[in-house]
Design a binder for this molecule. Structure first.
Ligand code: FES
Length: 99
């Protein structure tokens, strides 16, 4: 069994290395509870309403492709090797993110 204790992903142009607090920790809980990024909202908490939508960037066919994901049902471990772009990160220093 492949037990990954550390994961790495990109956020705000920097690599984030962390150990998820549990195997079932969601990206929504990570953002709101650990990072205090409150822009991503909790609505239904079961993947239906979209209040928690984040963009996930992945390399596909040599290109970086962003896709929406529901942070309430996305596990932190699934971020490994991806870029995480929550609503809080869409503008930095007055410059909009390409998403
Ligand atoms: Fe409704 Fe995530 S909180 S889809």
């Amino acid at each position: 069994m492949n037990m990954r204790s550390h994961i790495s992903f990109l956020r705000r142009g920097k690599i984030v290395d962390l150990v998820p607090t549990s195997t079932t920790q969601t990206v929504l809980d990570y953002l709101r509870l650990d990072e205090k990024s409150k822009g991503t909202k909790e609505g239904c908490n079961e993947g239906d309403c979209g209040a928690c939508t984040v963009a996930i960037g992945r390399v596909k066919d040599g290109k970086l492709v962003y896709e929406p994901a529901n942070a309430c049902i996305l596990l932190v471990g699934q971020l490994h090797g991806c870029e995480l772009v929550p609503v809080d990160d869409l503008s930095q220093d007055g410059v909009l993110h390409p998403v």
